[in-house]
Ligand binder design. Structure first.
Ligand SMILES: Cc1cc2nc3c(=O)[nH]c(=O)nc-3n(C[C@H](O)[C@H](O)[C@H](O)COP(=O)(O)OP(=O)(O)OC[C@H]3O[C@@H](n4cnc5c(N)ncnc54)[C@H](O)[C@@H]3O)c2cc1C
Length: 691
């Protein structure tokens, strides 16, 4: 490998992170000038894509101006209408029988709510929400080095044994295994590394620097918002530490599809190995109020529940801000564990490198992957990513083995951009669709639900509702304002802000469904970016409903005063006389509560009226026993191509049913150990070093 200058992040320590300039096509930019003028900032531009999809895909001639004129008879554009008229227009659109109007109302409400919560200088102080966690302590991160390239007209060419696209949960594990086996490894990621001195980021900056597409990828029909990490360390940098191993019934389902590895002890070894490296355990878990409400409510109702192991390296880690990155460096995501191990064994890293396509050659009559081409953009001279003095360079990395670990949303797009045509690529998108239930517990002092580890309890009573392993789990939601408030029902500006003011007294829980039906990922015809075709199915919605009703019962039995679903127009349950209900011992049999539950069931969970979200994407490069059924073979190699592997959550044969990080890491462990052995001429990891 030609020697390139290596720049340590040490020099960036004091550098301030700056907003990167999101780009958006001119057409969209012009169309949403109005949104930008009343909200400002790149968040709006990024989220504006969501609006474009909501409007554009529904009706070719659709514009906000046309919608306003059709619904009000006025020819004045939306943004020029007085505030009270804009307000009324949104309320009317939300109830409209026209689906594009309902979708537009939803997109606009969430857009504005999210921007407002993220940028308001007053909301934090009013809620008593501190900018940094009161239980967090600053920690020391790993001192990464990243390859740097000089400017130049020609592509820089680098040679290595293995190139891994994506530094996330799959890519990180592969990097460690392959580097420790003695192979030359380069990991590239389009995101940049922000060490603990930058973390937890503000809610505003995190959307720009730590998440894909500003924080939300909206489905084509606005029925569900998908959230994915885009950071050095991928989703492992911003996730919630829940470290559950793959359950037996899912392993059996996958093994029965011709992949016996999943029921082998080798897979269990992989699960245990990755958990061991991250110090996964329940030993030091202290339940915060959100989690103890869930477990205690479940206990009182006789529901099965358990504690969720945490990847916090044997530390208590009672912080609560993990979604914004771990300033304590205690969460053992790839940035703290697998990637440092890889660098210590000689791996090289490139941040700011967006892989454009895989390069193929015909070797002995076989299509063979021989490299990756991408575009590298350096930091600016002050260590930020928004200055004008950044270097852009085409880089080609030639390698003996190519790993695509760009995540479920991006890996299939990279394969398609590279010219692969297996029709399974991008299909079989499985999510764990989620609906939210919130409850208010008034009293003094406030419960400040954002304090403490986010997800330490799971209720698994409803995980197998069809006898085939499909159902719902009940878990906790992060209680950061910008993650909870924009998803609460918007029934008008004042109502919503009053609801926001109750956050210090609120708990929020999620119903997480193991979906049976699937969707697909496809490139946007305008800019090639990720588009998601997914609508929660009737089958999966039924399971979500059972979970939601259970969550409402849990909130009730725990003494909630108000209970909210996220279905627009659906009234909350307001408890009238707490004391009397306690005395008569009816508990959840309270007739008023029962009739509210019946109404919840009747109203259903139909998007876009009901808000759906998902942070777990799986399956778009499905592993299968034949190329007709999937994209990669049981060893992770892309069918029909030599030397090209996928190792991330996109290879799951179906939804994992548990939070996917550990399953993904274990599969990636298996795939990369296989490749390491193959490259070493059959020697296992460790053996080669001894030879
Ligand atoms: C808010 C949130 C909380 C979560 N909490 C949990 C939890 O508690 N427990 C759990 O088990 N799971 C959790 N998850 C899910 C888990 O983090 C993901 O399933 C996991 O990170 C997926 O790993 P991956 O390897 O598939 O991709 P990722 O970890 O997403 O990594 C993919 C990487 O590829 C990079 N990339 C993409 N395209 C390119 C390209 N063209 N060129 C270069 N780089 C590229 C991205 O920047 C990214 O860093 C959570 C997810 C989110 C969003």
């Amino acid at each position: 490998m030609p020697l390139l200058s290596r720049l340590s992040t040490r020099g960036y320590r004091q550098a301030q992170s700056r907003s990167c300039r999101s780009h958006i096509c001119e057409r969209t930019r012009a169309r949403y000038q109005a949104s930008r003028s009343f909200c400002g900032g790149p968040l709006v531009i990024t989220l504006g894509r969501m609006l474009r999809k909501g409007l554009g895909s529904s009706c070719l001639l659709w514009t906000p101006e046309l919608a306003v004129s059709l619904t009000t008879g006025s020819t004045t554009s939306f943004h020029l209408q007085p505030v009270n008229v804009r307000h009324q227009i949104l309320l009317n659109w939300a109830k409209s029988y026209l689906s594009p109007l309902r979708q537009s109302a939803k997109a606009l409400e969430q857009l504005v709510a999210s921007v407002w919560v993220k940028t308001s200088p007053t909301i934090g102080p009013i809620l008593g929400f501190p900018r940094v966690p009161i239980h967090g302590k600053p920690g020391k991160g790993f001192d990464y080095s990243f390859l740097q390239f000089p400017p130049g007209p020609e592509p820089e060419i680098v040679e290595t044994d293995v190139v891994i696209v994506g530094s996330g949960c799959g890519g990180g594990v592969c990097a460690k295994n392959l580097a420790e086996a003695g192979h030359r490894v380069i990991v590239v990621d389009k995101a940049y590394h922000w060490g603990p001195e930058h973390l937890p980021m503000t809610e505003r900056d995190s959307g720009i620097h730590l998440f894909a597409n500003g924080g939300i990828e909206s489905a084509d029909d606005s029925s569900i918002s998908v959230i994915a990490g885009q950071a050095w360390g991928g989703g492992g940098t911003i996730n919630w530490s829940a470290s559950l191993q793959t359950q037996g019934y899912v392993r059996k389902e996958w093994a029965d599809q011709g992949m016996p590895f999943f029921t082998s002890s080798a897979f269990q070894d992989s699960l245990d190995r990755v958990c061991h490296r991250m110090g996964v355990s329940t030993e030091f878990v202290e339940q915060n109020i959100n989690n103890s409400t869930l477990s205690e409510g479940a206990r009182k109702l006789g529901y099965s529940y358990k504690m969720v192991p945490q990847n916090t390296g044997g530390n208590k880690h009672y912080c609560g801000y993990c979604t914004l990155g771990c300033g304590a460096a205690e969460k053992q995501g790839p940035v703290v564990s697998f990637l440092p191990d890889a660098e210590n064994s000689g791996a090289h890293f490139i941040e700011g490198f967006e892989a454009q396509n895989v390069i193929f050659e015909n070797i002995e009559g076989k299509k063979t992957a021989t490299g990756v081409k991408g575009r590298w953009i350096s930091r600016d001279s002050s260590g930020g990513v928004s200055g004008t003095d950044r270097t852009t360079r085409e880089v080609i990395i030639k390698a003996k083995r190519i790993f695509v670990s760009a995540g479920t949303l991006q890996s299939p797009l990279l394969l398609q951009r590279s010219g692969l045509v297996n029709h399974q690529i991008g299909r079989n998108l499985h999510l764990h669709p989620v609906v939210l239930l919130s409850a208010i517990y008034p009293g003094q002092p406030p419960i400040n639900p954002w304090e403490g580890a986010i997800l330490t309890t799971v209720v698994d009573e409803f995980q197998n509702l069809d006898g085939q392993g499909h159902g719902a789990k009940l878990e906790c939601m992060t209680m950061l304002p910008s993650w909870v408030l924009p998803f609460q029902i918007w029934g008008g500006a004042l109502d919503w802000k009053l609801l926001c003011s109750k956050l210090p007294y609120m708990t929020s829980h999620i119903v997480l469904v193991r979906d049976r039906e699937s969707g697909r990922v496809h490139p946007d015809p305008v800019d090639g970016k990720c588009r998601i075709a997914y609508t929660p199915s009737a089958f999966d919605k039924r399971h979500a409903m059972e979970g939601l009703l259970a969550l409402a019962r849990i909130a009730y039995i725990q003494g909630a005063k108000e209970i909210f679903t996220t279905t627009i127009g659906f009234p909350p349950f307001i408890r009238s006389d707490d004391a009397a209900l306690k005395e008569n011992g009816d508990g959840i049999n309270d007739p008023t509560f029962q009739s509210w539950l019946a109404e919840v069931r009747k109203a259903g969970l139909n998007p876009p009226a009901t808000g759906w979200g998902s942070a777990h994407q799986m399956g778009t490069c499905r592993m299968a026993a034949s190329p007709k059924a999937g994209v990669v073979d049981p060893k992770g190699k892309v069918w029909g191509v030599d030397c090209l592997y996928v190792a991330d959550a996109s290879v799951f044969p179906s939804a994992s049913g548990v939070n996917p990080m550990v399953t993904n890491m274990a599969i990636s462990d298996w795939i990369s150990r296989g490749v390491a052995k193959d490259l070493s001429g059959g020697a296992d990891i460790g053996e080669r070093a001894r030879l």
